[in-house]
Design a binder for this molecule. Structure first.
Ligand code: NAP
Ligand code: MG
Length: 485
């Protein structure tokens, strides 16, 4: 039998070349089609979390800068974008999609440098999906009368959009593409630790001659996002991030006429039945929680396995974990990259060890030694936990899987639903009827059957309960950006 550990350690490095990637030393705010210095002159640093090395200085937008960006978006809406025929708007969005495809390698490398995710993922998932969202929404731009038959779909005006650090370019695409397709203009606030691909996107907007002010990008921290949310001339807020910040945004917006969508946290469950294809399920579990270091809102962070196969499944899972390669995000062999920031690493460690303190048993693969610099966390399993444990209830947003067993279908459904969240989940069985019965009873926005973490721009995405309000993607994703007459 092949020793997987040997195999992992002896894999020859295959680093992606970075010579052709051009990063500036410093980036300004993108307002009215131009890069402008922040009024305060204040900047922040973005680093590579795999090496802790500085990548660039980035402007910090204060209230005055946010005001300028919203004014630029309003002027562009009134004078340019709302006056363009729908099909002309569509052409710009198609152009954005094609230009992302043309520069996909550069975008993928910058995404991995700035955020720490493996190049295989940014190359094969983030960037192609970002282009696909622009293509998909470009198609709707001149067909809104078919999207909403018998109704007239009016744009709302200026959309203020705030995104997290786990899928920076993809989240920007999720937000910008439907807003533009429905005739709105945009002010986008990327996350503090991963602003670079959004700023590269701004350069791309200049290159394709997108009219000035149609999309503005303000980098900064939570205060920048907060200024954007409370700005009186913003008509619609689209936020993806933590449930705590989502709740505070909801409070700020209560009683205003602003429309909003909130895509928040998750605590997705895999339910694995005795009749499931176990090897396939193991791949799905690994993909669902170790993919992108578990920095995925819909990560499968809870596992419910039917009692009779628990030992077999755990043995297979542990064996598979031995072959996972952790390390340089730019190496094409890497499965698990760096944790996005020191702050996030601290959160993962605190929650994981709370699992131990509450009586859980921790298993970590030691297939690879971790690099000395940077932020890293071994893929982790926690067994011997119960529903009330923090690791079962709270979002960890790291490569940590809490495992419990169940006996009956009813027990599995009850346990899977027993969390404040309801974003996604997965069921593994070879019985079609069981799949339909169970997926209908799980209170989650997305349910995968015998697979996990599959995305398509035509499919709506969003949560129940504390996982959010509204849907993004697909036809459903257009509704939040229009007023139907
Ligand atoms: P976060 O702290 O809520 O931050 C998200 C964004 O909001 C960042 O750009 C952040 O800026 C900004 N922000 C922070 N405080 C703000 C405030 N008071 N007002 C307005 N904006 C504010 O979340 P995160 O830790 O970056 O992201 C991880 C979370 O996102 C997880 O909970 C995950 O589940 C969720 N997520 C959900 C989905 C989904 O579709 N449901 C998708 C991806 C991620 P800074 O970066 O400068 O702090
Ligand atoms: Mg960074």
């Amino acid at each position: 039998m092949v020793d997987l550990k040997d195999f992992t350690e002896n894999y020859a490095p295959a680093p992606e070349g970075v010579e052709h990637v051009k990063l500036k030393d410093s980036y300004h705010l993108f307002i009215n089609g131009e890069f402008q210095k922040p009024t305060s002159g204040k900047t922040m640093t973005t680093i590579n979390p795999a090496t802790e090395e500085k990548l660039a200085e980035v402007a910090f937008a204060d209230e005055q800068d946010v005001n300028a960006a919203v004014k630029s978006a309003r002027d562009a809406y009134t004078n340019i974008w709302s006056k363009l025929p729908q099909k002309e708007r569509g052409k710009y969005i198609y152009r954005i999609a094609r230009a992302i495809q043309e520069r996909s390698r550069e975008f993928a490398i910058i995404e991995s440098l700035d955020g720490g995710k493996p190049i295989r993922e940014s190359r094969d998932v983030d960037i192609p999906l970002a282009a696909a969202h622009f293509f998909y929404n470009a198609g709707w731009a001149d067909k809104l009368e078919y999207a909403f038959p018998g109704r007239k779909a009016n744009a709302l005006g200026v959309a203020g959009q705030i995104i997290p650090w786990n899928f920076p370019l993809l989240m920007a695409a999720w937000k910008i593409a439907p807003a533009l397709a429905c005739g709105n203009t945009v002010v986008l606030k990327p996350a503090e630790t991963t602003p670079l691909t959004a700023l590269k996107l701004a350069e791309l907007f200049q290159d394709i001659d997108l009219p000035p002010g149609v999309v503005n990008i303000v980098t900064g921290d939570g205060s920048t996002g907060s200024n954007l949310v409370s700005h009186p001339d913003v008509n619609k807020v689209a936020f993806t991030g933590s449930t705590a910040v989502g709740k505070s945004i909801k409070k700020t917006l209560a009683g205003t006429s602003k429309r909003y969508t909130l895509e928040l946290g998750g605590k997705a469950a895999h339910i694995i039945f005795e009749d499931a294809a176990l090897d396939q399920a193991v791949e799905g579990i690994v993909n669902g929680i170790f993919f992108n270091q578990g920095h995925v809102c819909c990560a499968g962070s809870r596992l419910y396995v039917q009692e009779g196969i628990q030992d077999e499944l755990l043995a297979k899972l542990k064996s598979r974990m031995e072959s996972l390669i952790i390390g340089d995000p730019l190496d094409k062999n890497t499965d698990i990259g760096a944790i996005n920031s020191k702050n996030q690493l601290d959160k993962i460690q605190e929650l994981t060890f709370s699992g131990k303190d509450q009586g859980g048993e921790i298993y970590q693969s030691d297939s690879c030694s971790l690099p000395e610099k940077g932020y890293w966390f071994h893929p982790t399993l926690i067994t011997n936990v119960s529903q009330s444990h923090r690791v079962v209830q709270e979002e960890i947003f790291g490569p940590v899987l809490a495992i419990q067993s169940f006996r009956t279908v009813e027990e599995a459904i009850e346990k899977a639903n027993n969390t404040p969240y309801g974003l996604s989940g997965g069921v593994w069985t070879d019985k079609g009827a069981k799949l339909f019965k169970i997926t209908k009873k799980i209170r989650a926005g997305v349910m995968w059957a015998n697979t996990f973490n599959k995305f398509d721009p035509a499919s709506p995405f969003g949560g129940y309960k504390e996982s959010g309000v509204g849907r993004e993607g697909g036809l459903h994703g257009l509704y939040p950006y229009v007023e139907l007459i």
